[in-house]
Write a protein that binds this ligand. Structure first.
Ligand SMILES: [Fe+2]
Length: 177
């Protein structure tokens, strides 16, 4: 995790982190890495859910410590959005093509729920920019409730179906993520 933060600091991708290096104590509370290769579609996407959960825990830890909040929020929101895009741009279209379920079925519902999550994240970012940590955490609780239910549907229903329908294409799909 620390390497990942350091890399982002060095890459200079961030505007919020330049003046603030989070303490190692905050970073040490989370050991969160990108899902490893060698996983199948279902395992990889479940691991990506856990990765996002851990990044949210890191935001909570940063608020608690009043240290590194900007970096934690940025890494969380970036990786969370990337997870949504992995589904919307790669997994869902392949699944819809393979099953013929365009505009209907589980991916339709999941896309709708992603929009609900993005709306909460937008409010969360507003609160963060205003320096309102309590509102940030409270929006985080709302997001957590949405994601827990959403992730359960994906992990118990959609990912196993996708693994069956498009598991054979996984190596090429993973390349595109
Ligand atoms: Fe999703």
């Amino acid at each position: 995790m620390f390497r990942k933060f350091t890399k982002r600091l060095i890459d200079g991708k961030s505007t919020t982190v330049e003046n603030h290096t989070p303490s190692e104590t905050v970073i040490d509370t989370i050991s969160s890495e990108e899902p490893a290769s060698g996983l199948d579609l279902e395992q990889f996407m479940v691991a990506d859910h856990r990765h996002c959960d851990e990044l949210w825990a890191m935001v909570e830890a940063a608020v608690e410590a009043q240290d590194g909040i900007g970096v934690a929020v940025q890494v969380f929101t970036e990786d969370f959005e990337r997870h949504l895009q992995r589904e919307e741009e790669v997994i869902f279209p392949a699944f819809e093509d393979a099953t013929g379920m365009h505009g209907v079925g589980p991916t339709m519902m999941m896309r709708h729920e992603h929009e609900q999550m993005r709306a909460v994240i937008a409010v969360m970012l507003q609160a963060h920019r205003a320096g309102d940590d309590q509102q940030l955490l409270s929006q985080g609780d709302t997001l957590l409730m949405l994601t827990q239910q959403h992730n359960m549907k994906e992990e118990q229903i959609l990912y196993p179906m996708a693994n069956q329908a498009i598991g054979g294409q996984w190596p090429e799909l993973q390349e595109r993520m």
